[in-house]
Design a protein around this ligand. Structure first.
Ligand code: DGJ
Length: 728
């Protein structure tokens, strides 16, 4: 089947992803109109034509037609300056100061598969049949400037992937002031907006709001995708729920500053787009040069938010994440951070490793504090050599001992940073982001290295390669603990200073690409003070992310629920930690902490040498259980049942890839008098098959979905239970 068809008569493109149609029309003198994106139709016969009327104060490019205005046209990729007053997707400044652009259709081509985006993270195909790509070339009506609008449709997912490449064919440079990766103009404002705002320690809260006339921004200006906003939003039809209604999701495959906008205009239309944040971005594009935007993934679901999430999960798990760990279950780890913070020595670590090994944990992770003279967060970032006072036998000696305890070994690094108190800073004080003559602001006592500079990237990459080659290291936690200020590169000329943040991200991606290629068997986990850079860009290089520094079980229900709106469960690191919890000081039972952490990539982050014997035994049982279940959690399908944002209870479930096993988790936050009995309806089962619990009770799939399963009475606060079912 040809997924992309072009009808030369009416100049209509009909693109088809799984269950989805996307329709574009070349209109009048080459304007690109957006016709439709939604549930698949066999063929489009023109039922939703572009319609115009004479609208006051919407000017007309053609003086003989007072009805036609770009201001009222649903457009594919709007520019600024010739009758459309809404926010444009692209803004350019010509060498003579002209900042108007007027792109018109020039040509198109359709290719099998999906071209790679050089130097940028991107979704991919393994076989050309998996997708088809439409490239529409647009040309400015005055200058020899062109752009390729790229649309890829996937056969197995309801997904359209978009990006833009701009070509400067003039003999002088132009300035890119804004370049979004996509634009959609809906002929309606009948939506709600779902996005994932937050803060450090409470990342990705589910926020659903009404649209109003005006512009709503979802953005980061911080040089990282951030805890504050995630590069994602969705429009929901007014009646949409977790399982019903139309949902349009937009996810930006990028890790730096971004801007997503939802604009409702005076005609009750809605425009949405997302791209590099123009607040602190500009790019000088030389004569004959091209600029590739990052890509955006758009999912349409006719079955509510849940179906959208499963499409993102499937695509990101199978065609964004790469490498050895793409389809491999992840090791259960112990991390020493909350167990010891900076105060440890080899003996302490080995005692912890001993305990971890005795309960069946598989990976020992040495967190911050192993290098330079780092006994607190004031020194040594940049000095990536072992602290021999703490580790007299070096990393190699420590790893050998850890390996002898049948644990693999992993290590923490924060390569993008430098402490003022460090050898690296003494030698290269100009390697950080700064503006000559101005004070450079610190955050957590550290400065950001200027990864827009090749020499900085080369030096840091070399140090990292040496560390990773110095011992059999099988896991790396890559941290990033502050945002950018004075974000200008000393190495860039004055007309390129606003390129710094994007060049930084390109430099970072370059290092990650080479490092992960050099060490293909290492499992990399990205982190930024927890989940401050939980985005698809990072997942392309590092297949899991430390979801949040907040390890409290109750808070984690919301954080993991919100994260699951876009990101696959296998990408979420989730640890059992000590009580009182170090972030919110709450005491929750070990059983609930484990049930929450087991609904992600399980790890432990507490001092196992100090836990009581009965707790150690409980941990040992959890580890054993998780080894039996982790393929369901990590490689299966995920269904949300009860939202912690709407209820005292939370529930979610997993169905294994072969659909034979089901794992349900139910959590109750606070007890209340005269509690009602809970009957939980499951989702996604085979309605004509039977399922058996571990206790031997047998239920029909339809029965479990329509009538539900009884949840045992759970007395007291912070309680949870899990149910494992097998299809028979
Ligand atoms: C922030 C991370 O999120 C923590 O898990 C820990 O690695 C610290 N940094 C170490 O400084």
């Amino acid at each position: 089947m040809n997924r992309i068809q072009y009808n030369d008569k009416n100049k209509i493109f009909h693109l088809r992803a799984k269950d989805v149609s996307y329709i574009i029309q070349v209109y009048r003198e080459g304007y690109l109109g957006h016709i439709y994106w939604g549930k698949e139709v066999n063929a489009y016969h023109g039922s939703f034509p572009l319609r115009f009327a004479d609208r006051a104060f919407s000017p007309n490019p053609d003086k003989d037609d007072r009805t036609f205005s770009l201001d009222t046209m649903p457009r594919e990729y709007p520019a600024y300056g010739n009758t459309d007053f809404r926010t444009p997707a692209i803004q350019l400044m010509m060498p003579d100061g002209d900042h108007i652009t007027d792109f018109r259709y020039k040509s198109h081509r359709i290719v099998k598969g999906k071209p790679a985006l050089e130097g940028l993270p991107h979704t991919y195909v393994e076989e050309p049949e998996e997708a088809e790509t439409l490239v529409i070339t647009m040309k400015d009506s005055l200058h020899p400037i062109e752009m390729d609008l790229m649309y890829t449709v996937y056969a197995d997912w309801p997904v359209v992937v978009r990006s833009v490449k701009l070509y400067n064919n003039m003999s002088e440079s132009l300035k890119i002031q804004r370049i979004d990766s996509f634009n959609i103009d809906y002929r309606s404002r009948d939506f709600k907006l779902l996005h994932l705002p937050g803060a450090w320690g409470r990342e990705r809260e589910v926020d659903i709001q009404t649209l109003h006339q005006g512009v709503f921004n979802i953005e980061s200006r911080r040089g990282a995708s951030s805890h504050q906003h995630n590069p994602f939003f969705a429009l929901l039809s007014q009646n949409a729920t977790e399982d019903t209604g139309d949902v349009y999701g937009f996810s930006y495959v990028y890790s730096g500053s971004f801007l997503g906008q939802v604009e409702v205009d005076s005609f009750r239309n809605t425009r949405v787009h997302m791209g590099l944040n123009p607040f602190n971005f500009e790019w000088l594009l030389g004569a004959g040069e091209a600029f590739q935007s990052p890509e955006a993934v758009m999912v349409y679901s006719d079955r509510g938010i849940g179906h959208m999430s499963r499409a993102f999960h499937g695509l990101y798990r199978k065609r964004l994440i790469r490498g050895t760990y793409r389809e491999k279950v992840r090791p259960i780890l112990i991390n020493n951070w909350e167990a010891t913070y900076f105060s440890f020595d080899e003996d302490k670590l080995l005692a912890l490793a001993d305990r971890a090994s005795s309960v069946g944990i598989e990976l020992f992770v040495l967190d911050d504090g192993w290098f330079g003279k780092r006994d607190d967060d004031k020194t040594s970032l940049g000095d990536w050599f072992v602290n021999e006072e703490k580790l007299p036998n070096g990393l190699a000696g420590l790893v050998k001992e850890v390996n002898e305890k049948e644990l693999s070994f992993g290590i923490w690094v924060e390569p993008e940073m430098v402490s003022v108190e460090s050898d690296l800073y003494k030698e290269h004080s100009d390697w950080c982001l700064h503006v000559g003559g101005r004070r450079t602001s610190e955050s957590r006592n550290q400065l950001v290295l200027d990864f827009s500079r090749d020499e900085v990237c080369i030096a840091i990459e070399k140090m990292l390669m040496e560390v990773l080659a110095s011992a059999p290291i099988e896991y790396v936690k890559w941290d990033m603990n502050r945002h950018m200020t004075e974000a200008y590169s000393a190495a860039l000329p004055k007309d390129r200073k606003k390129e710094t943040m994007h060049r930084y991200i390109l430099g970072l991606y370059g290092i990650m690409e080479r490092l992960t290629a050099a060490f293909p068997d290492i499992l990399f986990e990205s982190c930024s003070g927890g989940g401050g850079r939980f985005d698809p860009g990072m997942l392309y290089y590092m297949p899991q992310t430390w979801t949040s520094d907040d390890t409290d079980a109750v808070e984690r229900l919301k954080i993991q629920y919100g994260t699951s709106i876009v990101y696959p469960i296998i990408s979420m690191g989730s640890h059992v930690s000590d009580i009182p919890n170090h972030q919110v000081h709450r005491k929750t039972p070990m059983a609930m902490r484990a049930d929450v952490a087991m609904a992600g990539n399980l790890g432990y982050e507490l001092d196992l040498t100090k836990v009581e014997a009965d707790e150690l035994q409980a941990i040992s049982k959890q580890v054993k259980r998780y080894k039996e279940w982790r393929h369901i959690v990590q490689l299966g399908d995920f269904y949300r049942l009860i939202s912690p944002f709407e209820s005292n209870d939370t529930s979610w479930m997993f169905i294994s890839d072969d659909r034979m096993e089901v794992l349900v988790f139910y959590y109750k936050k606070l007890a209340y008098p005269q509690e009602s009995f809970v009957q939980l309806k499951l989702k996604g089962l085979s309605k004509d098959r039977l399922y058996m619990t571990s206790e031997g009770d047998v239920y029909g799939g339809d029965e479990l979905m329509n009538i539900g399963i009884p949840i045992p009475v759970l007395e007291g606060d912070f309680k949870s239970c899990h149910i494992h079912l097998k299809k028979i």
